[in-house]
Design a protein. Structure first.
Length: 95
């Protein structure tokens, strides 16, 4: 299997997770804008907190990926620090 084929398989496999993460980020942005004019409920505040933590987890991953050889280091980093994955990637996609 070539690298391009492997990437295609991984994208198909993680399509749902990527969609979930984007949806959560979009909802968090809406809630942040809403907080400028009204008070948020504790549930809404928790959603924002979770999403901001997910974004903070993605930044070190991106930095490692951008390093020379980072594409090889990132899977190793995920194995050693499984908590570095965003919450959408921790849940199993629907079958």
């Amino acid at each position: 299997m070539t690298t391009v084929e492997e990437i295609k398989v991984l994208l198909r496999k993680n399509k749902w997770r990527l969609y979930q993460e984007l949806s959560q980020s979009k909802e968090a942005m809406y809630l942040i804008r809403k907080s400028a004019s009204t008070n948020l409920t504790p549930e809404e505040k928790e959603k924002i907190k979770i999403q901001l933590l997910d974004i903070c987890k993605a930044i070190p991953s991106l930095a490692v990926f951008l390093l020379p050889g980072g594409a090889l280091l990132l899977p190793l980093l995920i194995k050693l620090l499984p908590d570095i994955l965003p919450s959408a990637f921790k849940r199993e996609p629907p079958k």
